[in-house]
Design a protein around this ligand. Structure first.
Ligand code: ADP
Ligand code: MG
Ligand code: MG
Length: 919
């Protein structure tokens, strides 16, 4: 380990924003701001490597660190013209954690470090403000007592011990706000805090600033392994091995008086993405006051104001605001992305304390990306990389039905309006804590988590809820921040809500909302409604699918269209859809599907009267009986395919022959069998015997897929006939048709050959009769390992492959998807698996078979078309894997088509960037 400590301050820093791994996000960007000439209080960063070493050495700090820290402290003292621990001119420090990835509120910060009985007096004298000095001291004792010494609430029900003392004091004095305390009150608080520490922990509060400093540095490193941080990392896929850096920085004070303040801001609106400066501030405040929700923060500019009686920062301190605007522009130009900044104004002088890429909603993510291309800040490829495919999906999510809203308004059900912290519409049953949210959601209930404010402990509950509603906190409160990141609907800071955890009620405007009652929140407007409100499709869907909205009327749609067209410009991978019905297929085409990759014909067998004919076929005693029943099905199937071919209008349509085991079409209970026997006019015993004979110990591995068609070629024959007759019929109307017949569950080329012979023979017959021919392909699904292993043989017959990754995953792992639920979650939790292989392609195993299958197949048939049609075809990571494996297309459900298009584009860009790096 070369260097433990990196200095920043004055005009130059030793680090820069490229060193996030070593300095953490906060430290690297503090350095970068210094290098950009932005005013930052000087300080230094202890690297993440020291954190790693700390854990490797049984929580011992490495030798040599001490000297480096003290040397850097000297530099800070020199720049500030103050000395740490000096009885006359004391330098105070903030000790801040900062990991590579931002983990809001997960780890701990200590402010005003270096205060003791002597230095607090010096601070009072220096500033001529005794109140301020004691305000700093009481904050310091509480923070240090909590973070370093560990005086925390012992259970969930308990309040924070320091808050409790403060509340008690406020009650005794009949005051509400911290700023109403007198100097004597603050002194008394310090004394009481120290007493509580002594009583509960049996230790004296340290007076020696150097001891304080090392205590705080150790505590930040230790906080990397606290329960909150661990839970957060798990949820966000952050490895524990990264470690955190520690930033030691000279303090600047926003709590010196009415000419001082502190705030947080986003360079653009983090909810909507609108290009406007957006933030909150408080006068005479320090640290987390803005986000803590104890005082309601004020908007930083006039544009954001909703209430005339309050003063924005723009009006209160125009000079500082103007400077802030300049920094906003500098930061956006430099980082080329929306920034989330923290600032403090000490006696009218502005200091920047942090900048990082701002968390934003999916809406904002996408709008900012598109806008920044138009503004010339980033190029199209960069924009494509910035929109997460899953986030894009959120833009398709429903919103409240305006008609229902109108009705609710009339009925007086709109009870209050809070901050529109996480857009979208959510309705659900009210629960009052995270545990209940998880529990209820686990039982399939849709819930809205209602809290006074949220804290990092609530994360899992927030994740489980449809939406989050809080009565305290601003746009940058924990609830708002986390909700935006999770893509949750969130309304924050609804001050009118009188929430009681004890009685589990909200009182609002004379109404009482109990646990389990419905509530509806609109995270785009901040409106809160009691009762349930129905939703309707998003703007994009109304333009594309319902066609009830004109494209020119929807900016969201037009931005969406731009982004998708950029994606289509760079992607190589085709995107098809899994659809069995014309209407589904039409939706998919409007989302940009370039064909059908999987049409499951069995779905057509279940519909209405058809099931009767299917059952008749199954029960038939002999070939003739089966043929008679199949003849009834033929026109129906043909009708289905005519519909599909018409909608697809010349795009390829891959149709899979019958796949599921026949018993799925028959009833199983005694009563149901009796009823059916009666309906079919056959003896109960006969039907019951048939059901029994189809019983299989393991249907997943039984008589299904091509095995059915081999046993009963007449089924394949009927299906092929329906396909080709439909194709001829549609072609005669002038439309092009491209049928691709796909044989499922092939494990040996001879299986495929038997089935292909049937298909080819029928094709010939149909074409002869219709006096026309149609180009078609016969291919197979690769969905059992043997097919992948013998793909070179299978490709002698198959004209295309499509990986059926649902079955391929089942058979590769030897675990049934339907039964895996019992242990898969545990497997993921215990790190046996990194993720659920039924959701995302297991690259090491299943993926290896896919690679092998593709390569072997193309060795035999170089132009072999290869696709995927399992659920994985719409999962972004899997789509990217398919690109890298050289597949021609992915096929997914209609609503995932846009996700797949974007993921395919990202894969192509990643490929290019990777190749560039390798050069
Ligand atoms: P987090 O990572 O949770 O955001 P920070 O390290 O940013 O924690 O610290 C929390 C808050 O403490 C900051 O928002 C800022 O207001 C305040 N703070 C941190 N360092 C200083 C400093 N040097 N001077 C004044 N305030 C500070
Ligand atoms: Mg911060
Ligand atoms: Mg299958």
């Amino acid at each position: 380990m070369a260097k433990y400590v990196y200095f920043f301050g004055g005009q130059k820093a030793e680090g820069d924003s490229g060193m996030k791994n070593l300095l953490g996000g906060k430290g690297a960007n503090l350095a970068e701001m210094v290098n950009l000439g932005i005013p930052v209080p000087p300080g230094f960063t202890i690297t993440t490597e020291v954190c790693t070493a700390f854990y490797e050495r049984n929580m011992q700090l490495p030798e040599g660190l001490r000297g480096d820290v003290l040397a850097n402290l000297k530099k800070v003292e020199k720049l500030m013209g103050m000395r740490f621990g000096d009885p006359k001119n004391p330098l105070l420090l903030s000790i801040r954690s900062g990991a590579r990835a931002s983990m809001p509120g997960m780890m701990d910060t200590v402010l005003n470090l270096g205060l003791n009985a002597t230095t607090v007096k010096a601070l009072a004298e220096l500033t001529g403000n005794e109140w301020f000095a004691w305000d700093c001291y009481r904050r310091f004792v509480a923070m240090y007592g909590d973070v370093v010494l560990g005086l925390k609430p012992e259970s969930k029900e308990e309040e924070d011990p320091f808050e409790e003392i403060i509340d008690e004091k406020k009650r005794a004095k009949g005051i509400k706000l911290d700023i109403e305390f007198s100097i004597e009150d603050l002194k008394d608080l310090v004394a009481r805090f120290k007493k509580a520490i002594k009583k509960k922990l049996g230790v004296d509060f340290p007076e020696d600033p150097v001891e304080q400093l090392w205590g705080a540095i150790g505590a930040v490193f230790k906080s990397w392994m606290n329960a909150r941080a661990i839970a957060y990392r798990k949820l966000n896929d952050i490895p524990a091995s990264w470690g955190t850096a520690v930033n030691v920085q000279s303090m600047v004070f926003g709590n010196i008086g009415q000419d001082s303040g502190t705030g947080v801001a986003f360079t653009r609106n983090p909810s909507t993405g609108e290009n406007m400066f957006y933030g909150e501030y408080l006068l005479n405040a320090q640290g987390e006051d803005v986000v803590a929700g104890t005082r309601t923060p004020l908007p930083i500019n006039k544009k954001q104001k909703s209430d005339k009686s309050i003063k924005s920062l723009e009006e209160e301190m125009p000079e500082a605001y103007k400077q802030l605007l300049g920094i906003r522009a500098t930061l956006e130009r430099h980082f080329k992305d929306m920034q989330d900044v923290e600032f403090t104004i000490q006696r009218k002088k502005l200091w920047m304390l942090q900048t990082r890429t701002g968390k934003r909603t999916a809406f904002a993510e996408f709008k900012i990306a598109v806008d920044m291309v138009r503004e010339g800040l980033i190029d199209k490829e960069e924009a494509l990389m910035r929109v997460s495919p899953d986030g894009l999906n959120q833009i398709l999510r429903p919103i409240f039905d305006p008609k229902e809203i109108e009705k609710a308004l009339k009925d007086g059900r709109m009870v209050t309006k809070g901050l529109n912290a996480g857009p979208g519409a959510a309705t659900g049953k009210v629960v009052y804590n995270a545990e209940d949210a998880e529990g209820w959601a686990g039982r399939g209930e849709k819930v809205i988590l209602v809290r006074i404010e949220t804290s990092p402990e609530d994360i899992r509950g927030m994740n489980a809820a449809q939406g989050i509603l809080t009565s305290r906190g601003g746009m940058t409160s924990h609830a708002a921040l986390v909700a935006r990141q999770m893509g949750k609907v969130c309304v924050a800071g609804c001050g009118d809500l009188d929430i009681s955890y004890k009685t589990k009620t909200i009182k609002i405007k004379g109404k009482t909302v109990r646990e389990g009652d419905y509530i509806s929140i609109n995270g785009s407007t901040g409106e809160v409604f009691v009762g349930e409100i129905k939703t309707i499709p998003s703007e994009v869907l109304r333009v594309l699918v319902d066609k009830t909205l004109k494209p020119e009327k929807s900016q969201i749609y037009r931005d969406f269209e731009s982004l998708m067209s950029w994606a289509d410009g760079v992607r190589r991978l085709g995107v098809r859809t899994n659809a069995d019905q014309p209407d589904q297929a039409a939706v998919a085409v409007s989302f940009g599907a370039q064909g059908i990759g999987l049409c499951r014909t069995e779905h057509m067998f279940f519909e209405g009267e058809r099931i009767d004919a299917v059952r008749e076929m199954i029960v038939a005693e002999d070939l003739d009986g089966r043929k008679k029943a199949l003849a009834k099905l033929l026109p129906m199937q043909r009708g289905d395919f005519v519909g599909l071919f018409k909608v697809m209008n010349g795009l390829p349509v891959t149709i899979r022959t019958l796949d599921p085991p026949l018993h799925e079409f028959l009833p199983h209970g005694e009563k149901d069998i009796k009823d059916l026997a009666k309906k079919m006019g056959i003896a109960y015993d006969r039907l019951s015997a048939k059901v029994a004979s189809l019983q299989e110990a393991n249907p997943m591995l039984g008589l299904r897929g091509c095995r059915l068609g081999i046993l009963y070629p007449e089924i394949t024959e009927m299906q092929a006939r329906a396909i080709f007759e439909a194709a001829c019929k549609v072609k005669k109307t002038g439309k092009d048709v491209k049928p691709e017949i796909m044989i499922p569950l092939v494990g040996d080329v001879r299986e495929l050959r038997l089935q292909k012979d049937v298909v080819d023979r029928v094709a010939k017959e149909v074409f002869a009769k219709a006096k026309m021919t149609i180009d078609y392909k016969v291919g197979t699904m690769i969905e059992i390992p043997r097919a992948a292993l013998t793909a070179h043989e299978i490709a002698q017959v198959a004209e295309f492959f499509s990986f059926g990754t649902n079955d391929l995953t089942q058979t590769t792992f030897g675990m049934s998807r339907d039964d895996a639920g019992k242990f898969l979650r545990l497997y993921v939790e215990k790190d046996v698996l990194d993720y659920d292989p039924f959701q995302r392609v297991d690259e090491a195993g299943v993926g290896k078979l896919m690679r092998m299958g593709t390569e072997l197949g193309r060795k035999t048939r170089p132009n072999l078309k290869v696709g995927i049609c399992g659920e994985h075809g719409g999962e972004p990571n899997s789509v990217k894997f398919c690109h890298r494996t050289g597949l021609d297309y992915v096929s997914c459900s209609p609503y995932r088509v846009t996700v797949a298009r974007l993921a395919a584009a990202q894969a192509a860009i990643e490929g290019k960037r990777g190749a560039r790096q390798a050069d």
